[in-house]
Design a protein around this ligand. Structure first.
Ligand SMILES: Nc1ncnc2c1ncn2[C@@H]1O[C@H](COP(=O)(O)OP(=O)(O)OP(=O)(O)O)[C@@H](O)[C@H]1O
Ligand SMILES: [Mg+2]
Length: 117
């Protein structure tokens, strides 16, 4: 058997979906993750809103970025889990990317490769 590939799933999701996504990932066998508060925009153009009579433009939205590196669990399963848990059906539900990872090292043990993940 060839060594399993290491991949990173990067998802940008609604902040209020983080709890569901974490739970679903744990159930999928991929509990390890890094979470970052981010702002971003997708394909919608900037929206003009009013506050105290002043117009202002909203072009960046608060999102949460979830990074999940896997070796034994297929990245596809992680993508499916996140997509299911993060879904509302409204615009702005988020996006999921999969990237190859060339190396992984567990600091405590010095293990490298899939065993380190
Ligand atoms: N192509 C992209 N590159 C980098 N980040 C992206 C990209 N598309 C989306 N994002 C990030 O994902 C967040 C959510 O995107 P969003 O769900 O609005 O995508 P969308 O393509 O506009 O889909 P929808 O029409 O459902 O809103 C964005 O705020 C941004 O942070
Ligand atoms: Mg959008």
């Amino acid at each position: 058997m060839t060594e399993s590939a290491i991949e990173m799933v990067v998802a940008v999701i609604r902040p209020d979906k983080l709890a569901d996504v974490k739970q679903k990932l744990a159930n999928t066998g991929a509990p390890s993750l890094t979470v970052t508060q981010v702002s971003g925009r997708g394909s919608q153009p900037a929206k003009t809103e009013q506050w105290r009579g002043e117009e202002y433009t909203v072009d960046l939205h608060q999102k949460v970025k979830v990074e999940c590196v896997v070796a034994d669990v297929p990245a596809e399963d992680v993508v499916d889990a996140i997509a299911e848990a993060a879904h509302t059906g409204e615009k702005g539900d988020g996006k999921i990317f999969v990237l190859p990872v060339s190396s992984a090292t567990q600091v405590r043990t010095g293990k490298t490769g899939p065993d380190a993940v």
